[in-house]
Design a protein around this ligand. Structure first.
Ligand code: NAP
Length: 538
């Protein structure tokens, strides 16, 4: 369908985004017999995995906990090739899902939604695309992801560089060759930590500009053989059941013991074991108090710091790579494959911008207070306007023209993170204040819960659903209190809404549900089983 055809088109539902969330949501809406249209800014399906094609991009969730569980046939058909799937394989998987269920016929690509306005009289949303085309629907689903609004650094001359310059989240679709090149990378978050070891293998010279180091731990990725994959397939019911029971919906579960109650030698052995294991065990399966107790957190931070010192040959460089302003696990832990060893290479230089601040991007490279670093290529691994950024980039207006961005100026207001206060029939897949963690498991929960809500509305001939103010107040306060109990609340990160590259994003806001995923599942189930009395219907 061309934008012209879409003019004034009306559907039962519109979904914004054709990533993991939008794909699943469309599948379920089809089952309900609803007409639906997905508008996607990219030229194909995949969302995060469509945009993030930088070298080294891969899962940090175990692949076999990542896929959709809604189709037995799909589970049987698809073989993961690695325990932590690389981006090309994941994109292939999502394309397979779209093809297998013939989803593309309801998707319109290269169609960025710029506005969504509620029409009270018609009980419907009208969305406007960048092209100016419009479409309307009774229900509007946001499937726009939590890390989909990339931000460039606020540095003078950011457009001045005369060579190629890429944000990792807007990576070219053709291979980028670093051979013989002098490459500059700004940022040392999870993205940079995956990309740096890969670029270092090829580039003539790689210079990394670090503002704050991150605690990172080894991923320990490996291939999955045919027989192993067959065995995994037989265990899928057990794997998904376990993920639904853990606090973060990963396969990993915390150790109930308290750090300092465990004798030091035993503690050390436990951490050694976790550090040597694949995936998030060192973070998610650690002692239960590492993210709430300062002394416990200091002990695990000390363990990880020693690991960094062992792995990085130059003690001065090692010291620079060890965070001093926050403890281990209080920002999302990047999982790495040879990140620290990359700094042992002769062609890799770490520049601490606290010692020599970046003054400007120049046509030739990056000018710091002491020198001008010349490059052939620049890479901005500078992150995202997290969680609410993608919402802010769409002009959502509810009844009376109220703007979502203004209502959320001090932080989101939702019930269960599924519906925003004062915005009828706006359903958020993976919205702010929902449980997240292992993203596809959270997406799946959200989609299934919202599908249940639509089914309920159909059975009761309701056309409009919205939140109740008292419930929103209760949920918002609970979510804020839960976040503020954690040590992570004292740390600036995208998770707390801080991004110094955006005006006004210097004050921390609670953007996620930081309680236990299992409790969240129970709560949302109770609301559904109780007939959604916490919502208002017409
Ligand atoms: P990020 O964690 O926000 O990191 C951005 C980096 O850029 C930070 O090191 C930041 O420094 C730096 N930066 C930003 N502006 C700067 C400036 N003006 N000057 C100097 N440095 C600047 O973003 P990300 O690495 O893209 O990761 C975001 C999230 O994506 C992760 O936390 C994770 O949830 C997800 N992710 C997941 C995977 C996976 O394995 N599945 C991979 C990549 C990313 P400061 O720290 O000082 O702000």
């Amino acid at each position: 369908m061309t934008p012209r055809d879409t003019q004034a088109a009306t559907f039962d539902a519109i979904i914004v985004g054709a990533g993991i969330s939008g794909i699943h949501q469309l599948y379920r809406l089809r089952e309900l017999g609803m007409s639906a249209r997905v508008f996607e800014a990219g030229s194909n399906v995949g969302g995060t995995w469509y945009w993030n094609r930088y070298p080294g991009a891969r899962f940090d969730s175990e692949s076999w906990t990542y896929g959709y569980s809604f189709s037995e046939e799909l589970l049987k058909e698809w073989d993961w090739k690695e325990h932590f799937s690389p981006q090309p394989d994941t994109l292939e998987y999502l394309n397979l899902v779209a093809d297998k269920f013939d989803l593309r016929r309801d998707m319109q690509f290269d169609s960025r939604v710029t506005a969504a306005h509620w029409n009270d009289a018609a009980t419907q949303w009208t969305v406007t695309l960048e092209s100016g085309a419009q479409a309307s629907a009774r229900f509007l689903f946001t499937a726009i992801g939590i890390l989909s609004a990339p931000t460039l650094p606020r540095i003078a001359g950011v457009d001045a560089f005369r060579g190629p310059a890429y944000h990792t989240g807007r990576w070219p679709h053709t291979p980028v060759d670093f051979t013989g090149k002098r490459v500059g990378v700004i940022g040392t978050g999870a993205t940079a930590i995956q990309a740096i070891p890969e670029i270092a293998k090829q580039a003539r010279q790689l210079t990394v500009f670090q503002r704050r180091p991150n605690w990172a731990a080894p991923l320990h990725n490996s291939k999955i053989g045919k027989a192993e994959m067959q065995a995994i397939k037989t265990r899928y019911p057990e794997i998904y059941a376990r993920c639904s029971e853990t606090p973060g919906w990963f396969i990993h579960e915390p150790d109930p013991r308290k750090t300092l109650e465990v004798p030091p030698a035993e503690r050390e052995a436990y951490w050694e074991k976790r550090y040597a294991e694949p995936g998030f065990g060192i973070w998610m399966a650690n002692f239960s108090d590492i993210l709430v107790d300062e002394k416990a957190n200091a002990a695990i931070s000390d363990f990880i710091a020693r690991k960094i010192r062992q792995r990085v040959k130059d003690p001065k460089v090692a010291d620079k790579l060890i965070p001093k302003d926050h403890g281990f696990g209080t920002r999302r832990v990047p999982l790495e494959s040879g990140y620290f060893e990359a700094y042992n290479r002769d062609n890799v230089l770490l520049v601490d911008v606290n010692d020599t601040p970046i003054e400007a991007i120049t046509p030739r490279g990056i000018k710091t207070s002491d020198t001008e670093h010349e490059f052939d290529m620049l890479i901005y691994a500078t992150g995202y306007d997290g969680v609410t950024g993608a919402f802010d980039r769409i002009d959502f207006r509810g009844p009376g023209g109220v703007r979502l961005k203004e209502v959320w100026a001090d932080g989101p207001r939702t019930y269960l993170g599924q519906l925003a206060e004062g915005f009828p029939n706006l359903l958020m897949v993976l919205g702010p204040h929902t449980a997240r963690g292992n993203i596809p498991r959270a997406v799946e929960h959200s989609v299934e819960w919202q599908t249940g809500l639509l089914r309920f509305m159909r059975e009761h001939h309701y056309t409009r659903v919205e939140t109740r103010p008292e419930r929103v107040a209760e949920w918002t306060q609970m979510v804020i209190a839960a976040a503020q109990r954690l040590l992570s609340w004292n740390v600036d990160s995208w998770q707390n809404g801080v991004n110094r590259n955006i005006d006004g994003h210097t004050v921390r806001r609670v953007l996620g549900y930081n309680g236990n995923g299992k409790q969240y599942r129970i709560k949302t189930r109770e609301v559904a089983e109780g007939g959604y009395r916490e919502f208002q219907f017409r």
